[in-house]
Design a protein around this ligand. Structure first.
Ligand code: MN
Ligand code: MN
Length: 297
């Protein structure tokens, strides 16, 4: 049953997130951080649902470590670590923001606070706009700004972003009501008052997913597509995850070719519009008729 799988995935995700929160990351490379979190997920009996995102300062989301990424965490950084665990395709999605400079404590705290306020109202039949309003009000009452064009999302088996968006402001996209027997990720992103409150796409793209297996004219590329499907289905992946089976340059060539053929999507990093620092908090909830469970609690 899906709730049982979600509960297992959520339990692993929360253990790994809390270990990540407690650990001192200063001086660690992004490669080491992503790799060790993904290993901890596997060691606990889950599978990573997507490459661990480590997004620093004005990068709000969607950066993952390159193979052998040597970028190092500094004591002045605000680091969003976003991780996903799946059991049989049932995904728990959760994130934590880590910072070492007390001047960012409020930014980090308000992301957590707006998430917990949002979860209080998120039940069967709750309007998505109600959740967005709760997040927006909590953030603005604390003198900070929500990122308008980032949102939470419905989750389906093997599909991390399943079509419905849970906004971080009152009015964004079309409103809908939460349904029972459905999982949703809620994830406020917060920036400072002088931020734009909007993210734009940066140049780097290092998270991918297979979106089509339509044949190309290249037999090797078609075999590579099949490999991706067998290994990841529709879930996101990173080059790091391919280098055990392929030469790094070969993997890169194949992925680039499939991106060009529109069989693979490459997700750009998302950067705050005024290059201001961003924090994030995220939980996955499972809504039933009468209750909603925070599966990543
Ligand atoms: Mn996430
Ligand atoms: Mn998410």
């Amino acid at each position: 049953m899906s709730l049982e799988n979600y509960t297992r995935a959520g339990h692993i995700a929360s253990i790994v997130r809390e270990n990540t929160r407690k650990r001192n990351h200063i001086g660690r490379t992004l490669y080491d951080i992503c790799n060790s979190i993904e290993k901890e997920i596997s060691d606990n009996g889950g599978q990573p649902a997507f490459p661990v995102n480590v997004s620093i300062n004005e990068i709000a989301a969607h950066y993952t470590a390159e193979p052998d990424d040597q970028i190092v965490i500094k004591d002045s950084d605000v680091v969003k670590i976003d991780l996903g665990v799946h059991i049989n395709g049932y995904i728990a999605d959760t994130a934590v923001t880590i910072s070492y400079d007390p001047k960012y404590d409020q930014l980090v705290k308000v992301a957590e606070l707006s998430l917990s306020e949002a979860i209080k109202v998120a039940k069967n039949s709750t309007k998505s706009s109600e959740i967005g309003k709760t997040i927006e009000n909590t953030i603005s009452h604390n003198g900070l700004k929500p990122i308008q064009n980032l949102s939470g999302h419905s989750i389906e088996q093997y599909v991390i972003h399943a079509g419905k968006s849970i906004p971080n402001i009152k009015t964004y996209g079309s409103s809908f009501s939460l349904s029972s027997n459905q999982a949703y990720a809620i994830e406020p992103f917060v920036t400072t008052k002088d931020g734009l409150g909007i993210v734009y796409e940066g140049k780097i793209r290092n998270i991918y997913s297979l979106i089509s297996r339509k044949p190309t004219k290249d037999k090797e590329a078609d075999e590579f597509s099949m490999y991706l499907w067998n290994k990841f289905k529709t879930l996101p992946f990173a080059l790091r995850w391919l280098v055990d089976d392929f030469d790094e340059s070969k993997a890169r060539t194949m992925v680039d070719y499939l991106v060009k053929k529109k069989n693979v999507r490459a997700y750009p990093i998302l950067v705050e519009g005024n290059n201001k620092v961003v924090s994030q908090a995220e939980h996955t909830i499972f809504v039933t008729e009468n209750l909603s469970y925070i599966i990543t609690k």
